[in-house]
Design a protein around this ligand. Sequence first.
Ligand code: ACO
Length: 331
Amino acid sequence: MSSGVGILGLGKAVPEKVLTNQDLEAMVDTSDEWITTRTGIKQRHIADPDTAASDLGYAAAVEALANAHADAGHIDLIIAATTTPDMPFPATACLIQDRLKARHAAAFDVAAACSGFMYGVEVGKAMMAAGYQKVLVIGVDVISRLIDYKDRSTCVLFGDGAGAAVLGAVRPGYGILASEIGADGSGAMLLHVPAGGSRIPPQIQSIEAGQHYVKMCGREVYKFAVQIICESTERVLEKAGVSVDQIRWFVPHQANVRIIQAAAERLKLDADRVYVNVDRYGNTSAASVPIALAELVESRKLSEGDLILMVGFGAGLTWGSAVLRWGGFEL
Ligand code: ACO
């Protein structure tokens, strides 16, 4: 049996500044009660104007490398999952590669919105099968830059952050047992930012019309999310030959606690096996799954051999899930 692809170490970084529901009450026509009951969110972290995606991504990467006992010089690929890169090019992964002095690493970005980390892990796993040894996957978004803080339907939902994971070889039977990524572009306009790309480049008119902000059909995205979480995770569980009862931790993308609860109920996962931190961070887009995983490890809630079910979903529409057996580090 050949070795598996596992996560050797994780890191996370969030900006210091906290934006609470009470702060938002003073900014738009909303209430702590509405936000809490509809989303489960109490606060989110917001980057200051000097902080870009590569800053948060770098900080998370440094922590992940330390936790994985890995040297940046031994990383051969860096994948940054982000839809809020520092700039259109170069890739944010290249900016992070330079700061890490990861001189032997190829580096590129993937854009799959909130599914970005799951996409990054899938690509990293495939690249390891092609011969790469250690892959750093970073999920990072400074999504506050795309939010209209006058639009109550979106501004209460999102926060900034980064999470990172070092992928490497683990003992057979450990690591990623099964995974998938998917997309349905017919839902592209349900969650999108109209301007700022080649269709509508940044210009005074587009900025005045607010076209550089996130536009979302909340209800449709909600329905898609619950459905795809269930369908995709059921497929990877079957592929892995694992039953839902064997899952120790369900780590879903943290968009809305009601989405998480509805999906967990359908999957028959009781609350003590569902990781939730959306109350403290809001939806951090590509950073949400790796931040949750990093917290699980930090809080020592993971033991050798525990099975984790992860799932991401988001704009595209996109999704990705994986079943991972934690541990098996000493080869
Ligand atoms: N405060 C007070 N009232 C509000 C707020 C707010 N912040 N936002 C909306 N409302 C109002 C609406 O105007 C509406 O009022 P109306 O009935 O008078 O028209 C009412 O509340 C109900 O609005 P709905 O949109 O029906 O509320 P819903 O229960 O669907 O919750 C929510 C909205 C939280 C956005 C939900 O639909 C949701 O979570 N959707 C998924 C969003 C998501 O996860 N997006 C990210 C995906 S991942 C990625 O890739 C980015």
